[in-house]
Design a protein around this ligand. Structure first.
Ligand code: GDP
Length: 139
């Protein structure tokens, strides 16, 4: 299996609720190494650029407003098969469908306020890492 890098965001709901430490603990327990990190307070425009693929969807306005509503912790994680494995550790988008023990099952409060983001494929990971960390190699 290949070493990969992926982009995660601990979203404003989880930062505000004080879950940063617990979520990072889960990442580290699952053998992800943090190779870059930034605490950000996204502007609406930055959130719209990050989620550009969702432009036009009914939840785009609400999502980008939420993502720019407070501090968020953006990180590049590295590990074996990191992209798919992080998605497993995160759990399903809708916490009602997330498996027990996943980040979203534990900390998400709705389909929108779902605690974490994780890249969904190698091309997305390269775009998303570059969006926040232009100097970091996507691997
Ligand atoms: P992800 O890859 O699991 O994060 O899910 P998506 O790429 O489909 O959606 C991006 C983000 O948009 C999700 O993490 C949610 O925060 C939000 N989202 C997705 N679907 C919905 C929805 O049906 N309603 C609302 N309000 N937000 C949604």
């Amino acid at each position: 299996m290949a070493t990969e890098r992926t982009l995660t965001i601990i979203k404003p709901d989880a930062v505000a609720a004080g879950h940063v430490g617990d979520i990072i603990k889960m990442f580290e327990a699952n053998r992800f190494a943090i190779v870059a990190a930034r605490l950000v307070n996204l502007s609406k425009k930055e959130a719209e650029g990050f989620y550009a693929v969702h432009r036009g969807k009914p939840f785009f306005e609400s999502l980008t407003k939420f993502m720019s509503s407070g501090r968020a912790l953006v990180m590049v994680l590295e590990g074996e098969n990191a992209i798919a494995r992080l998605r497993e550790v995160m759990g399903a988008t809708n916490p009602a469908h997330a498996a027990p023990g996943t980040v979203r099952k534990l900390y998400a409060t709705s389909i929108e306020r779902n605690a974490v983001h994780g890249s969904d494929g190698p091309e997305t990971a390269a775009f998303e890492i570059g969006y926040f960390f232009p100097d970091v190699e996507p691997v």
